[in-house]
Structure formats: C-alpha cells, structure tokens
Ligand binder design. Structure first.
Ligand code: 13P
Ligand code: SF4
Length: 359
C-alpha cells in the first residue's frame, strides 16, 4: 500500500502542526476522542485524550457514548478492535494506515484454519479453546469467537488461560509463543505440557502424541522488538547497576523473563515505574518510546532501557507522526474509517466481550 500525506502536511513545522491539532480538537469538542498507545511518540501522546495499553484503550473505546470520531494512535489491530467494540455510528481512524504489527501478520487465516483442522480429531470445540492475543486481525478474533474462545492482552493473559483451561482440556494460543509460554509457566504448567505449532512445517511439526500431552498449543509467532532482549542483557545491567530492578514485558523470551525481577504487561510496567521509590534504578525490557516517557515523567528515578545497546523501537508505532494526526483531524470526512464488516464483527465481538468480562 502506498500512502503519502499532502505536501502541506509533510512540510509543516512542528509548531504549526501543534497549533492545527489543538485548533481541530477544540472545533470537534466532545465529538472527538483521541486514544494513544503507550508506545507512541511523546509528542503524539501529548495530544491524546487517553494514553493506555491495548486492553485499557479498547475498554475506553467501548465506554464512549457521545463521541462520533475516535482517532486511534496505535497499530491496525487496535483500531479494528475499537471499531468492533463501538456502535456503528462511531468512526475509528488510524492516522497512519501503514501502522501494522508484524507479529499479528505471523498468524494468517489459512494457516490457522489448517492447524484447527489438524486439531479437530483431538476434540475440536469441546476440548480445545482458542485464546487469541489482541495482536491479531479481526478475522482471527472472529474465528476465536465462533469457537467459544476469547481474546487476551498481556494484562489479562493469565486470566484468559485460566478461563480456557478450567473449561476445556487444551488452549490453542496464538500468535505470540512467548506470551503464551510465559503465561503457561506462571500458571503452573510444565514446559512439556506446551507444544509449538510451526505453521511452516507439515502438521505444525507435531505428532499425535505431542498434541495428546499438550495443555497449550502455542503458535510460532513473536515480536521482533521484545525478542531482541537476551539473558546477557540482564546479567550485564545487574553488573553495571547493583540493586537495579529489571522489569520486562512477557513478549520477551522465557530465559529473559526468568532472570528479570518481574515481568508484566505494558500497564504493569507503567505502574511499576510510578510506584518505585524515588532514587531507584529500573531497567526495562520493552519498547523504547514507553521507556523514554517513563524516564521523562519520573526524573527522580533512573529509568533505563535494559540492553543498553539495541534500540527496541516498534517502527510501526513510530510511524504515526504529528503530521498524520493533523491531517486526520482536518480531513477525517474524506478518509476511510476502519470498518469491520459482518459477520466478522459480531463473531469477534463475542470474543472481545469475554475478554472484558474476565478481567
Ligand atoms: P499491550 O497489550 O501491552 O498494549 O501491548 C501491545 C503490544 O503490541 C505489545 O508489543
Ligand atoms: Fe507488534 Fe511488537 Fe510492535 Fe507490539 S511492539 S505492535 S507486538 S511489532
């Protein structure tokens, strides 16, 4: 997809863009709600009505009553979820249409259908519950809803796994193998009770015995931002900063989570920084824009990026600029909103509502 802003917006200075965004917000008043994900640039977050993680923002979207326009500064699957959770009269806009999520793209409908077909003889709907990470396309959320499953985010993955395993023998978790594995281990499962479905191999690279013994079937997908963190990074930061608290996102590999002081969702990390005593040193394994904003908000604490070497930026979150936001606010009437059509919408809604219920 090719996307380019008109020159007027590409060439405007930051000052001009700030003024135009502020004026457009004033003009639209209560009709407008701007949601900004924690990984957005600080300048974009500054113009949001709300900042949050994917769970918090989808809940806020669902609660909107008088709003007509929701501008979601995040990535595509988040805007889709907001559209599904709001009534038809509301239009959701993604300021940069190229902002996707490579992890979400690792689970394609045809591949998931093939896996589900393979899993059918093991009990299908009766025995296996699909639990889909929020980072999926709407079609897969609909698949999940159709089969009695639910959506989770990193902030409620434990509750979602518990919901699945207390009702059915197995959970089919996609697309993040690391979030699934970390959550399964925290739930008390042994590593051998989790198997990895590799969609590039015949039958996922699994045997009948593998599926028989599995409680969680994990999809072989990952986030390239969080899988950059290594156990070495944790060891090095501890050497360099004695007493440092290491906090990582559960999309990091288990070897990293195991060595960290604590692992938790984006919201957990934000609250951890807020609640840490003044003077503490905190090394964070997650997206750099969130880390920088935490360091900026809490200058009395030393808040650093865990690796000290890589720059863990989510390029897709970073795509959204003040230029995109100004363009969207001034031209929304001519921009195609994100719309999920039926029956995908209703089926995905079942799975999303279950997520909101269990939290
Ligand atoms: P949250 O669900 O914590 O907002 O994170 C979404 C995400 O894409 C993390 O990489
Ligand atoms: Fe997707 Fe990773 Fe970016 Fe999150 S940080 S939106 S999982 S690519």
């Amino acid at each position: 997809m090719y996307f380019s802003l008109p020159a007027e917006y590409r060439q405007a200075s930051d000052d001009e863009l700030q003024q135009r965004i502020t004026a457009a917000r004033q003009k639209l008043g209560k009709k407008l709600c701007i949601l900004t994900h924690h990984y957005q640039r600080i300048a974009v977050v500054a113009h949001g009505d709300h900042v949050g993680d994917s769970y918090g923002l989808s809940k806020i979207a669902a609660e909107q009553k008088d709003v007509e326009i929701i501008v979601f500064c995040g990535v595509h699957f988040m805007a889709e979820a907001a559209d599904i959770l709001t009534d038809e009269s509301k239009n959701v806009f993604l300021p940069n249409p190229l902002a996707g999520c490579p992890m979400a793209d690792m689970a394609e409908m045809a591949d998931v259908m093939e896996a589900w077909k393979f899993l059918k003889p093991f009990g299908g709907d009766k025995n296996i519950m699909p639990v889909s990470y929020m980072n999926t396309a709407a079609g897969l959320k609909a698949f999940t809803g159709r089969h009695g499953g639910l959506i989770c985010t990193s902030s409620n993955a434990a509750a979602a796994i518990d919901y699945g395993l207390s009702r059915r023998d197995k959970v089919f978790f996609f697309p993040d193998e690391h979030l699934g594995c970390n959550t399964g281990i925290a739930y008390g499962l042994k590593p051998e009770e989790m198997v990895l479905w590799d969609f590039s191999r015949e039958n996922g690279g699994l045997t009948t015995e593998d599926i028989d013994r599995a409680r969680i079937i994990l999809w072989k997908g990952h986030c390239h931002v969080h899988t950059n963190f290594t156990p070495e990074h944790v060891r090095e930061v501890r050497e360099q900063y004695p007493g440092v608290k290491v906090v990582v996102h559960p999309e990091c590999p288990h070897e990293v989570v195991k060595l960290a002081d604590v692992a938790g969702s984006t919201r957990f990390i934000v609250e951890f920084c807020r609640d840490a005593p003044s003077g503490s040193t905190i090394a964070i394994g997650t997206e750099i824009n969130l880390i920088n904003r935490m360091a900026h908000e809490y200058p009395d604490k030393k808040i650093i990026e865990l690796s000290g070497q890589i720059c863990p930026v989510c390029a897709n979150m970073y795509r959204t600029t003040l230029n995109d936001l100004a363009y969207t606010l001034e031209n929304y009437a001519d921009i195609k909103p994100i719309k999920v059509s039926e029956p995908t919408r209703s089926e995905a809604l079942l799975a999303l509502e279950k997520m909101l219920e269990i939290h």
